[in-house]
Design a protein around this ligand. Sequence first.
Ligand code: SF4
Length: 360
Amino acid sequence: MLAIYVHIPFCKTLCPYCDFVKQRTAAGNRDAFTAAVTREILGFAGPREACSVFFGGGTPSQLEPAQLAAVTGALRERFDFAPEAEWTLEANPDDVTDDAARGWLDAGINRVSLGVQSLDDQTLRYLGRRHNAAAARRACETVGRHFERWSLDLMFGAPPVERWDDTLRAVNEIDPPHVAAYGLTYEASTPFARRAHEALDDDAMLGLYQRMEAAFADYDHYEISNFAKVGQHSAHNLVYWRNEPYAGFGTGAYCFVDGVRARNHPGADDYLRAPGEKAEALRLSDHEVKLETVIQHLRLRTGLPRDYYAQRFGEPVEAEFGPALASLAARGLLADDGKVITPTREGFYLNNEIGLELVG
Ligand code: SF4
């Protein structure tokens, strides 16, 4: 069963910290893109069975409902989905209206991932977002009226950091069924590179993270950056965290099928010229697939079940990773009950250390 990712590169305005594949909506051609991605989906040579779809971006809510429906129609034509399959659309608060939500439902979307980032106006201005806190609250209400399953997506580490607690309180008032929260980074390829000196140090970031953990104590903190109420876990992202196969369509999208990781052209013109043509493709060695499988599972609270690994790779996890796992357990980053290897609290906080030790 494949998870399916569709990258929609359009954004109304470009946020200065963002290094995703994107272009201004006004500078792109959404009809040409819709035709290209539809062609790419219908021409996909691979399995038919699929378990989830995730429209990411960019800003997928920048597609018109008819354009979105054309893409979901192509997906239904090319793949067989279980009736309970998860169909997520990332949306920008400014694009959320009752009409838009109805259009997404009509296109088959059953989960929305809403890019709120903050519920503090000063922080939103720092991040260069189009919306303010009041618009974000209204968007949450609208999404919550139409969708049982949705995520409020946050970013932490942007000044003024003393407002972080206000955002956490506001999120708890809104009471979304799922929260995802990622730390702000100042990437070299973005306008924020000039502000890299404003980045918080690791201890300060950890402090914000721990306050978030405390604020969302009623949620299942099921992955380092993700919190869910009962039954609200992201089925699509769990495929990534288990390092299982996924197909990717659209500009710059990655796919991982049969041990090969490949990427579509990230440039808009190249993609429109040859949708689905790969800009890069890499066959991973068996060791690399095993390594990534272990590292990804150790982002999850539920960790790596030994029988899952043994069934998938035909050997115990110790065969390749015994010394590294023992060392991580001795450092207090992993717990091991003989059946499942799980990250400890400390292992959540220092998850990069787990990866580094396993890479060796
Ligand atoms: S953060 Fe989201 S909305 Fe902003 S430019 Fe990046 S993809 Fe577009």
